[in-house]
Design a protein around this ligand. Structure first.
Ligand SMILES: Cc1ncc(COP(=O)(O)O)c(C=O)c1O
Length: 395
């Protein structure tokens, strides 16, 4: 048989999905594992959103829609962007798709030619690197460290920019580190972007989950920046709607049209019922956010207090999102419960097998020596999970 596509052969499965699937399977098999792998709100989708979806079904909103989403939803998203950040978009500049993950993929398809370089600051969300590769693009990874709070600086960018550089991917606040860029930091990056005429894919899906500092939407940094920015956002995290699969991108007309064309030939359109649910979310759901923000803030605080008391592991205090990015370098070379820990992957595996706690190894985010814990899970789980970690480390 002829070989399958060489691009496809080079694509790794999502490590976060793999950890979550494994933890769920272990649970289904009766093993009492606690999963910290998934970046998924543990809150149910609010009732009014579910009711809007049920109404959409009753009203027979069950047919194909425009590829980039129904106009009322794109309108609601424009109004939401205006209300939240004072930035103006027309509905034709909004592409609703089947989750922000798909928006990232389509955005890269829209701007990259094969061989184009895309700058990806590490630690990065698992999907970016593979999405760049799926376009035939070349990920150019910048390894940031705790010294700059895992943030990329203009100097770091200047060092890797070549004539082939097409775009920069920014995640703010970050998955997996939870770090937030200040307005000044973003302005400094924006200058480099303009100097080298780059596109920016600004993934702002955690914009509403900020505990320290103030979030700045990258597209608000001036008209020239707005023209070059593809803002990615979606309903999954802010409205506890992961399974509904609704994300959106806001971009200039040319890019949004190209993205819509891709959508028209791939998914066709995002699920019609989910779009009506999202319409309700973007029009009305402020209460849920406040409730979730408070819960995440409490969990974050508790997590940090517990980690401070542990030996050999540490973490920077995250500003936003719902992740703790734990430095486990102090454990490397040690034997814990009969297992020699030579990498964060070893650590994650041993913690899962011996401690019955699932976390994602930093290798998945281009950052060996770390593991990611999601605190989008109940306080009871967090308490028990950290008790288990403590026990695992002490034996
Ligand atoms: C940074 C980032 N962007 C995008 C997504 C994808 O979100 P969605 O569920 O809308 O595909 C995630 C989900 O984990 C994420 O962490």
């Amino acid at each position: 048989m002829k070989p399958i596509s060489s691009i496809a052969k080079g694509i790794a499965p999502s490590a976060t999905v793999a950890v979550d699937t494994l933890a769920k399977q272990m649970k289904a098999d009766g093993i009492d594992v606690i999963g910290f792998g998934a970046g998924e709100p543990d809150f149910p989708t609010p009732d009014s959103i579910k009711v809007a979806a049920i109404k959409a079904i009753s009203d027979n909103q069950t047919r194909y829609t425009p590829a980039a989403g129904i106009v009322p939803l794109r309108n609601a998203i424009c109004q939401w962007m205006k209300r939240e950040y004072g930035v103006d978009y027309q509905p034709s500049q909004i592409c609703v798709s089947s989750g922000a993950k798909h928006n990232v993929f389509i955005a890269l398809q829209a701007i990259c030619n094969p061989g184009d370089e895309v700058i990806l600051p590490a630690p990065y969300w698992v999907t970016y690197e593979e999405s760049i590769k799926m376009t035939g693009g070349v990920p150019v990874v910048i390894n940031t460290t705790e010294q700059t709070r895992f943030k990329v600086t203009p100097e770091m960018l200047e060092q890797v920019i070549t004539p082939k550089t097409k775009a920069l991917i920014l995640t703010n606040p970050s998955n997996p580190t939870g770090m937030l860029y200040s307005k000044q930091e973003l302005e400094a990056i924006a200058q480099v972007v303009l100097k080298h005429d780059l596109y920016v894919i600004s993934d702002e899906i955690y914009d509403k989950l900020v505990y320290v500092g103030e979030f700045t939407c990258f597209a608000t940094l001036g008209e020239e920046i707005k023209q070059r920015t593809i803002t990615i956002n979606g309903a999954s995290k802010s409205f506890a709607m992961t399974g509904w699969r609704i994300g959106f991108a806001a971009a200039n007309e040319e890019i949004s049209k190209a993205m819509a064309n891709y959508l028209s030939h791939s998914t066709g359109n995002p699920c019609s019922v989910s779009q009506y649910a999202a319409l309700e979310a973007y029009s009305t759901q402020e209460d849920l956010l406040t409730k979730m923000q408070l819960a995440y803030a409490r969990r974050r605080k508790y997590f940090l207090e517990r980690i401070k008391k542990l030996k050999d592991v540490s973490c920077l205090e995250p500003d936003g999102a719902f992740y703790i990015f734990m430095n486990i370098k102090g454990l490397l070379g040690r034997t814990i419960q009969g297992v020699t820990i030579n990498s964060s992957a070893d650590f994650a595996q041993a913690l899962l097998e011996k401690g019955l706690v699932a976390v994602v190894p930093g290798e998945a985010f281009g950052a060996p020596g770390y593991v990611r814990w999601s605190y989008a899970t109940s306080m009871e789980n967090i308490r028990e999970g950290l008790d288990r970690l403590e026990k695992f480390l002490s034996e």
